[in-house]
Design a protein. Structure first.
Length: 236
C-alpha cells in the first residue's frame, strides 16, 4: 500500500495565462518503496482566515464578510478558494508537479472579497487531497485511494495575489449589477456622451454629491434668525 505525503513549496502568478491563474508547486513523497504509475489527483483549496492577524483597515474592509471584529470568534470561517484536478505521472520516492488554479476577481465571490481586503502578510491556505493512486505491480497495477487525511498547509504571500490581479486587471476592479441597472447606466452614459463606464460612475457620484450638498444647504437655518416684522405705528 502506498504511503504518500503531500507538501506545497511555493506559488507563482502566471503572467501569460488567458485567465488569472496561480500555479502551486507540490511535492509528493512515497515512503513505502512502491512505484507509483500515476495519480488522478483532486485538490480542494481553502482559505483559513482565522490563522492570521488583521490591521484596522483590513478589518474595516472585511466587515461585510465577517461583521464586527467583536464577533469574529463566531463568524470567521474557512472560505473555499478552488477545487482542481491534475494527473501525476509515474514516479518513485518523490516527485514535484505544478498545480494550476484559476482564480476570480469578481467581488461578489467571498474568496475574492477576502483577498482584495488584505494589505500584506500571508494568506493561510489548507490543501485537502483525494483521488486514485495506480501502483505498478509486475505486469499490472493495483488501485488505491488517496486517504482523506492527506493535506498540506501553505502561506501564500499577499504580494503574489496582488501581482496576479495587477497583471490581468491593472488599476481596475469588477462590479456586477443587474441588467436593469446596466440598462439605466447605459442610458445615462449615452445621454451625456460619456466615453467610459468609469466616467459614467464618476458623473453619477458627482451629481449625488452635488444634490446632497444642495439639500444640506437648504436645511441650514438662517444665522440671523427668523425675520421679525414690527408693525407700523398708527398715526393719531
Amino acid at each position: 500500500m502506498a504511503d504518500l505525503i503531500f507538501g506545497c513549496t511555493g506559488a507563482t502568478a502566471e503572467r501569460y495565462s488567458a485567465t488569472p491563474t496561480l500555479t502551486f508547486a507540490l511535492t509528493i513523497t512515497e515512503r513505502s518503496g512502491a512505484r507509483v504509475h500515476a495519480i488522478a489527483l483532486r485538490c480542494q483549496i481553502r482559505i483559513e482566515p482565522h490563522r492570521r492577524r488583521y490591521s484596522a483597515d483590513e478589518a474595516r474592509r472585511l466587515h461585510d464578510l465577517f461583521g464586527d471584529p467583536s464577533r469574529w470568534a463566531d463568524t470567521v470561517k474557512p472560505i473555499q478558494l478552488a477545487t482542481v484536478t491534475a494527473m501525476v505521472p509515474s514516479f518513485s520516492d518523490v516527485t514535484e508537479i505544478n498545480l494550476p488554479v484559476q482564480c476570480t476577481y469578481d467581488l461578489e465571490v467571498a474568496s475574492a472579497r477576502y483577498l482584495q481586503g488584505l494589505d500584506d502578510g500571508t494568506i493561510p491556505l489548507l490543501l485537502l487531497f483525494s483521488g486514485t493512486v495506480f501502483i505498478a505491480q509486475g505486469e499490472g497495477f493495483s488501485v488505491e485511494l488517496v486517504p482523506w487525511s492527506a493535506e498540506a498547509s501553505y502561506r501564500l504571500p499577499v504580494s503574489v495575489w496582488q501581482e496576479l490581479v495587477d497583471v490581468h486587471f491593472p488599476g481596475s476592479a469588477w462590479l456586477r449589477c443587474s441588467r436593469g441597472t446596466l440598462d439605466a447606466l447605459a442610458d445615462f452614459k449615452a445621454e451625456r456622451a460619456l466615453p467610459t463606464w468609469d466616467a459614467t460612475l464618476e458623473a453619477l457620484l458627482a451629481e449625488a454629491a452635488a444634490n446632497a450638498k444642495g439639500r444640506a444647504g437648504a436645511q441650514e437655518p438662517d444665522p440671523a434668525g427668523p425675520e421679525t416684522i414690527v408693525p407700523e405705528a398708527r398715526q393719531p
